[in-house]
Design a protein around this ligand. Structure first.
Ligand code: 2HG
Ligand code: ZN
Length: 458
């Protein structure tokens, strides 16, 4: 098998040495350690198609991998030694950036930050933004339907994909790299490949929507007593500032403390409850004044207890650094069990209170590192635990409450291999049946990222 792939991709296109393969074998959190037979590094779509033809003929499981920044272990192989990682990293060209049509076309391996910069160079905004944007790749962003901090205003990756090129399980290439805003000519098949984590096909390139680049940006950190106050603040902000709000991030006191402990970076305001990081942007003047007015009202009405507005881009970056360092601070702090959940926005305070009560009583000593994109109902309800904590029991205690509050066990990180059992438990019935029907039709031999999302097909 290795020789066949070497003939196809050349020596540089096939990694087999343990040191070379190691980074592709484990996820960002190093929770899962797989054993790939080898790592393939195609140069273009034709290479990917040729790899899939061979894999299809010989029933080789292919695990597509982008920047490997995911938090659900969806891009790493299992430990069998037979799965092959397909890294898209060498396919990183930006094919086109169009400031009039407001689109960008890029290959799957293009780093998200590189694509953002290319859009900025022509005065446009690629609004997908996440802490891992310096390593995450477009193919991974699309195939996991990534979220991030701007979902409130611009939606998830799905809302920004106009066109897609996909290689199917048998090597067939579907070229749908259209940049049309309106295209109702038949089924919108590309939606199947967005968010299906490489289990239905391999995304090799995408056309994404761009937005006008806002000239005015206001970034502000506020202290609030609790999540209910945060939602009152959200309502007030939306009433007064409308769609200018890009991000509305709710951060627990413990999250801020972890960043301080691990990185020595302090929040520039006092607070003994929760914090909210808000970013608003616009092209027309008056945004700063409007924001200051609404902040004063929030303080007067005791919705917020304190607040600062960044005076410069550097200060804004410092405020964002507090938010973006939470994940690394958590990793440094020891073992944690992550829950990337969403509930209907009004249910957030009750869910957080119930989940905190349930975890505190069931798992004494556990500390809750809750933070997230409250403006779209998505919280990262992560729990710092000791080495002997039963994570399955902990998951159950959180996810049961997610279900009671009408939420989802994965808001933006996907199912990957972490949450396969939970998906089967919390999404029973017709929803799983249609998922299996799609999987069997598009990947009848079960060679695309097998074991992820639906588990191993029996
Ligand atoms: C974020 O919002 C990411 O920063 C990571 O989705 C969340 O570490 C996490 O659980
Ligand atoms: Zn997030």
């Amino acid at each position: 098998m290795i020789d066949t792939f070497k003939t196809l991709l050349g020596d540089a296109g096939v990694l087999t040495e343990p040191d070379d393969v190691a980074p592709y074998a484990t996820d960002w959190k190093h929770t899962v350690r797989g054993a790939p037979a080898c790592v393939l590094r195609p140069r273009n779509t034709a290479d990917v198609a040729a790899v899939m033809r061979i894999a299809h003929e010989r029933r080789i499981v292919i695990v597509p991998q982008g920047g490997n920044t995911g938090l659900a272990a969806g891009a790493v192989p299992d430990a069998s030694g037979s799965q092959v990682v397909l890294s898209l990293s060498r396919m990183k060209a930006i094919q086109n950036v169009d400031p009039v049509g407001m689109t960008i076309e890029a290959e799957a391996g293009c780093i998200l930050k590189t694509a953002q910069d290319a859009a900025a160079d022509v005065g446009r905004l690629l609004p997908i933004s996440l802490a891992a944007e310096g390593s995450a790749q477009i193919g991974g962003v699309v195939s996991t339907n990534a979220g991030g901090i701007n979902v409130l205003r611009y939606g998830m990756a799905r809302q920004l994909v106009l066109g897609l090129e996909v290689v199917q399980a048998d090597g067939t290439v579907i070229n749908g790299l259209r940049s049309l805003r309106k295209d109702n000519a038949g089924y919108d098949w590309k939606q199947l490949f967005i968010g299906s984590e490489g289990t239905l096909g391999i995304v090799t390139a995408a056309v994404l929507r761009l937005m006008p680049r806002p000239k005015l940006v206001v970034t502000s950190l506020l202290a609030v007593a609790d999540p209910a106050a945060a939602l009152r603040l959200l309502k007030l902000m939306q009433d007064e500032l409308g769609e200018t709000i890009n991000a509305f991030e709710l951060i627990s006191g413990l999250s801020v403390k972890l960043v301080e402990e691990q990185f020595g970076q302090r929040a520039p305001l006092a607070g003994n409850g929760w914090f909210v990081l808000i970013e608003a942007s616009a092209n027309l003047g008056g945004l700063r004044e409007a924001f200051e007015n609404v902040l004063s009202r929030a303080l007067e009405q005791a919705i917020a207890t304190d607040g600062v507005i960044a005076e410069s881009q550097t200060q804004a970056a410092q405020l964002w650094a507090i938010r973006e360092r939470i994940t690394e601070a958590e990793l440094k702090a020891g073992r944690s069990v992550k829950h990337d959940v969403s509930v209907p926005i009004p249910a957030l305070p009750a869910f957080l209170a119930d989940a905190e009560a349930s975890v505190s009583s069931g798992f004494p000593g556990a500390r809750i590192n809750a933070f997230g994109h409250a403006g779209d109902g998505n919280m990262h309800f992560n729990v710092l635990v000791s080495v002997d904590t039963d994570s399955a029991a902990l998951n159950r205690s959180v996810y049961d409450l997610v279900a009671i509050h009408g939420g989802s066990i994965s808001a933006e990180h996907g199912i990957g291999s972490y949450r396969v059992a939970e998906l089967a438990h919390y999404r029973a019935g017709a929803e799983l049946s249609i998922a299996r029907l799609l999987k069997r039709s598009l990947d009848p031999k079960g060679i695309l990222n097998s074991g992820k999302i639906l588990g191993m097909e029996k």
